[in-house]
Design a protein around this ligand. Sequence first.
Ligand SMILES: [Zn+2]
Ligand SMILES: [Zn+2]
Length: 339
Amino acid sequence: MRAAVLRGPGLLEIEDIAPPTPPPGGILLEVLACSICGTDARMVARGHSDLTYPRIPGHEVTGRIVEGEGGGVDVGDLVQVWPGIACGRCGPCLRGRDNQCREMEILGFSRDGGLSELLALPPEGLDRGLNRLPPGADPVIFTLAEPLACCINAQWMAGVSPGDCVLILGGGPLGVLHSILARRLGADLVLLAERDGRRIRQLAGRSNFRLIDSSVESLAGSVEEETDGEGVDVMIIAAPGIELDRSHLDMLSPGGRLCVFSGPGEVSLPLGPVHYRDLTVIGSHGCSSQQNRMAVEMIAKGGIDLEWLITFRSSIEGVCQAFLHARERHGLRAVIVGG
Ligand SMILES: [Zn+2]
Ligand SMILES: [Zn+2]
C-alpha cells in the first residue's frame, strides 16, 4: 500500500509498504480522509524528541471499516477516529480525562497514523475511540471533528457561556474553529486577532467574528473599543509563539479567563492582576474521547459551515504539497483524500 513515511526531521517520502495487520480484536480501516494540522507540519519539518522513526504521520482521520468489528461498528461503516489510545484504567481515564492518560499513545505520533491507504487499530478503547458517521457523511469534513473537539476541551475549561465576549489570538484553522464554537456556545461577541497578511486575506468577509488586524490595529485599543472598556471574558491563545505579557491580562474583564490552548513559549506573567481581579489562567491540551464524540455529533447535526476551511485536497501522492500548504499558510486546511 502507499503511505507517507517520515524517516527523520524533514524526510517525508511516499513509499510502498506492506499493509498493516490489526491485532486480534482490532480493526482495519480504509483511510478516506486525513487532515493535516499545524502540529503535524511542525513535527514533520523539525521532528520531536519523543518521535521514533520511521513513522506514518496523521491523526485527524476518517475511514471505512474493512476488517474486524467491535466498538459498535461493522465492516462497511464510515467512522471518525479519536487519535488517542488510552489505557482506560488510570486516574485521568477514570475521571473522563482520557486525553491525559498516563499511558497515552497517539496515532501519527507514537503509533502509525492516517497518511496511508490502510490503518490498523488495536482493540483497546475502540468503543470510546470510534465514532460512526451518518450515512452520506462527507469524510473530509469530519476530519475536522478532532480539532473541533480540542476547541471544546478548551472552551469547556474556560467556561465559555452565553453572553460572553471572547477574544481569540490567532486566525488559523483552529482560531476559526474556536470562533465557530464560541458562537455556538452563545458568546455575544467574538473577536479574532491575526497579524499575518495571508491569513487576513483568507478570513476577510467572514461574518462569524470581528477580525482585528493586529499588524496595523492596536489589540488593546480594539478590545477597549469593542467592549466599551469592559474587557473580554475569555481570551484564547490559538497560535504558537504569542508573547504573553501583562497587557494581555489587562484586556480581561474582572473574573476573566485566559486559556493557553496553543503551546506557549517561556513567558513570565505577573500574578498580581490574577489575584486582584479574580482572573483564571487555564491550560488545555488535546481532547477527551467524549469531547471528540460531541464534536462528531455537532458536525452531524449540521448548521456549521466548515467547507470553506478546506483549501487543499489531494491524493496521498500530493502529501508533500499538502504539508507545504499547511506550513507556508497558503490556505487554511489541507486534507489527503483516499478511497
Ligand atoms: Zn491536530
Ligand atoms: Zn489511562
